[in-house]
Write a protein that binds this ligand. Sequence first.
Ligand code: SAM
Length: 211
Amino acid sequence: MASRLSISRPRRSVAPLFDRIARFYDADVIQRLGYKPPQDEVVLELRGAGSRRIVDVGCGTGVLASRLKEELGAEVVYGIDASEGMLGQAKARSSDVDWRRGLAEQLPLPDDSVDAVVSTTAFHFFDRPKALAEFYRVLASGGRAVVVTTLAPTRLISQLSRLGNIPQAPTRHEMRESFARAGFESVTQHRVQRPLNLPTPEVVTVGFRPA
Ligand SMILES: C[S@@+](CC[C@H](N)C(=O)[O-])C[C@H]1O[C@@H](n2cnc3c(N)ncnc32)[C@H](O)[C@@H]1O
């Protein structure tokens, strides 16, 4: 059953969709209820970690990347996204971040060039093995990847999600396995904290490139 269902269709880019919705994306209520809690998790994870060079992959309109620069005082923060529309909003937000158009599966950064790779609410759009291989490639030894993603509750639902084009939600276990297969060590996971402790299908996965 699993092998029959695991035949996935070729991926379609979601960039045109995000180009269209970019100017509505920063509405306060959408940000506060939807996107801020996962971003808070990343800021918490990196606070005190001493990451000097950070890349936010699938940075969207740049809220998190800008916070990482301002709140953590990182030397350089890159914001990378496939959508020109989303990057347009990001560029208007801050000139302190190095915004780049690019794909998670082909990051426009050299090997060993950052101390942390982060991604919130975007990983389900990526080709998981290719993106994680890229995260590993651009990380310096000892660097960490922090990915917040929406999960599928079971393996069957995860497999079914691959029959469509996007998004493709992994299970919690698949996320951990994918990190380990890409070479990450000391992989840990925890749930995203939301107001009122609402149960959420999102998890933070953290892994380290071996030192
Ligand atoms: C739901 S938004 C999340 C944006 C931001 N991380 C946040 O927390 O608000 C998903 C973003 O992922 C980007 N994206 C989707 N697939 C991508 C890919 N393969 N490579 C780079 N960016 C991608 C989209 O263009 C979009 O801006």
